[in-house]
Design a protein around this ligand. Structure first.
Ligand SMILES: Nc1ncnc2c1ncn2[C@@H]1O[C@H](COP(=O)(O)OP(=O)(O)OP(=O)(O)O)[C@@H](O)[C@H]1O
Length: 278
């Protein structure tokens, strides 16, 4: 079911590489370099008079080893995009591929297996299990996927996020920033292709947020992962290689090498456009 798509084969071209491949067109990255592709992905909630089109034929392509922030006004479809791209929800139409393999269209069991092996998650509220230790929380995705647990590697990963001396602690013995670092270790340990982060710094103070954002950057630069982060915060977005802006369920622009001021200004104007069109 999770087959390589014809589209991916067709778009492959020699010398068409580069980490700057982002955004709507998807041009610029050969198929082998594309970690995540969405083709005309749509999602509507409700029906008839109450129908809300949360995503309207969104097409984008993210190169492997890039860090992308997704921003937009409240209700613009950011969470829906993340849920559909990560296989947590199914689009009504369109295709999602990860590493050239199609995620949409399989059975629920196939989707779960696909997610467990190729995708990592970091949520605003950490989603750690309170009854498990830091080490047990970190290895949980490996156990769920029935994969071998390499204890040395788990310890290394937790040490890299600054928690090498906290392996036996439980989440309620940790600060918010430390909990989020456990969540990042948990996302890294399965060596996923794409890590989706939904407002990962939303509940953190400035310093903890900075640590978490640097770790997400390391996930890209050191470990070669592809990170997609939904955020409302221009400071968080400035840690990404590029920002994709959403408005009314559609892509409304892209900014490479974002700065805090440039992102804030673009967001303000996106808000204007949405109000003007209302
Ligand atoms: N389960 C649902 N049922 C009905 N409508 C929904 C549902 N989830 C989202 N929506 C609607 O879809 C649209 C997009 O919602 P979504 O949560 O993706 O936006 P968002 O950009 O993440 O918003 P926020 O920044 O406020 O979290 C909104 O109009 C929202 O009201």
């Amino acid at each position: 079911m999770f087959r390589r798509t014809g589209t991916d084969r067709r778009t492959h071209s020699k010398g068409d590489h580069g980490k700057g491949a982002h955004g709507a067109g998807g041009h610029g990255a050969g198929a082998a370099d594309v970690a995540l592709r969405l083709v005309k992905v749509s999602k509507t909630y409700g029906s008839d008079d109450s129908a809300v089109t949360a995503l309207d034929e969104v097409t984008l392509s993210l190169a492997r080893g890039t860090f992308t922030a997704v921003m937009g006004p409240s209700g613009s479809g950011k969470s829906t995009l993340l849920q559909c791209a990560a296989g947590l929800d199914r689009p009504d139409s369109g295709i999602v591929t990860v590493d050239g393999a199609e995620m949409t269209g399989g059975t629920e069991a196939e989707l779960t297996k696909f997610r467990r092996n190729r995708i990592g998650f970091v949520f605003q509220q950490y989603n750690l299990l309170d009854t498990l230790t830091v080490a047990q929380n970190t290895v949980l995705p490996l156990k769920l996927a029935r994969r071998r647990v390499n204890r040395d590697r788990v310890r290394e990963t937790l040490t890299a996020v600054g928690l090498g001396d906290r392996l036996g602690h439980r989440p309620d013995q940790l600060s918010g920033g430390q909990r989020q670092r456990v969540a990042i270790a948990r996302a890294l340990v399965t060596e996923p292709s794409v890590i989706f982060a939904d407002e990962p710094t939303g509940a953190l103070d400035t310093r903890s947020a900075r640590d978490v954002l640097r770790l997400l950057q390391d996930a890209v630069r050191v470990h070669g992962r592809t990170v997609v982060m939904v955020t409302h915060d221009p400071v968080a977005a400035s840690y990404a290689d590029a920002v994709l802006f959403l408005a009314d369920g559609r892509l409304a622009g892209e900014m490479r090498r974002p700065t805090v001021d440039a992102v804030a200004e673009r967001l303000a104007h996106l808000g204007d456009d949405v109000m003007a069109g209302a």
